[in-house]
Design a protein around this ligand. Structure first.
Ligand code: BV8
Ligand code: ZN
Length: 277
């Protein structure tokens, strides 16, 4: 417990400085969303996300890629933020200049009430035409592609999902771009695609000036996101990791909790609240 108290003390001492969290799929694991590199859920264990989350895979088989994304959107639509998401919202309100920089595309941090966040890898509820660069916001995209509507998916049972999407979806039903006629893909950043430059620039700027970085639920193997904690450390920041497994950041970390986010984050915030009273 003393490590939790020491971390809470560090956050109190830096409460008026910049503090950021870099989160990954592990933050959403306890909301029931499978991680990328963990033991993949049955349905997709024969496919590698690193292969599917690419423009090449989309060009080769847009139907398969869209079925994979709709499967994830179906899970996300039914998922709820959990205690760790809520702890990060509290942290935002307790600290002067807090940022939640996430690799996740599920938007659970928004649903928890996070205001100060950056989405490095986009948002699964939006659309992107990769042929003419047209972007579609969540509302607009669900009109273009009703099967991708969040409420529709939230109310869809497993059986209906299998029947309407896994079996029923055909290439003709995939969303077409009104501007160029190309098939519209999900509004996320695929492997081999650049991150949105304004978001990445802002993330670097935050990491460089941060006194503390908490790396939560990320295997820290995907770049340039994984570079952010290293950058903070390099500039003299304090690095705290929360992950049941070791990662390439563990050796660099000042504290590394081999535990789940839902357990550790609320404890840290609870201790910090006591100190700030
Ligand atoms: C780019 C959106 C350049 C899509 C994603 C060789 C070396 C270095 C880099 C490269 C290389 N070859 C290629 C690259 C670049 C590549 C890359 O980094 N590849 C890696 C895999 C080697 N990067 C890119 O391609 C990036 N773009 O570099 O562009 C460029 C510039 C100009 C012009 C053209 C190109 C784009 C990367 C973004 C890819 N998109 N997602 C989608 O989601 O569908 S990345 C994907 O992986 C997800 O976003 C995910 O978030 C991310 C990282 O994974 P994690 O979040 O860490 O998840 P993971 O499953 O790995 O780990 C979960 C962790 O949680 C585990 O450690 C587990 O122990 C822990 N955990 C589990 N339960 C819990 C928990 N922790 C806490 N609590 C729990 N309960
Ligand atoms: Zn287009």
């Amino acid at each position: 417990m003393e490590a939790i108290q020491e971390v809470a003390q560090i956050l109190r001492e830096n409460a008026d400085k910049t503090v950021f969290v870099l989160s990954g799929a592990g933050l959403s694991a306890e909301s029931g969303i499978p991680t990328f590199r963990g033991n993949r859920d049955g349905l997709w264990n024969k496919y590698n996300p690193q292969r599917l989350a690419t423009f090449e895979a989309f060009e080769e088989n847009p139907l398969l890629v869209w079925k994979w994304y709709l499967w994830r959107m179906h899970l996300i639509a039914k998922a709820e933020p959990h205690d760790a998401h809520r702890a990060l919202v509290k942290l935002e309100n307790l600290l002067k200049d807090f940022w939640h920089i996430t690799q996740n595309v599920d938007g659970l941090h928004r649903r928890a009430g996070q205001k100060r966040f950056l989405e490095l890898h986009g948002n699964i509820w939006e659309g992107k035409c990769r042929y003419c660069e047209t972007r579609f916001g969540e509302k607009e995209f669900s009109q273009l592609f009703p099967l991708a509507d969040r409420e529709f998916l939230r109310n869809l049972s497993e059986e209906e999902f299998k029947e309407k999407i896994l079996q029923g979806l055909t290439e003709e039903k995939l969303p077409r771009c009104p501007t160029c006629g190309g098939i519209v893909g999900p509004g996320v950043v695929w492997f081999g695609e650049p991150l949105p430059s304004e978001v990445l620039e802002k993330a670097y700027e935050i990491a460089q000036r941060s006194a503390v970085c908490l790396s939560v639920g990320t295997s820290a193997v995907v770049y340039p996101a994984a570079y952010l904690p290293e950058l903070c450390k390099k500039k003299g920041g304090i690095l705290i990791e929360v992950n049941p497994q070791e990662t390439p950041l563990t050796a660099l970390a000042d504290y590394s909790f081999r535990e789940s986010a839902a357990k550790v984050l609320p404890q840290i915030v609870q201790e910090l609240e006591k100190l700030l009273r």
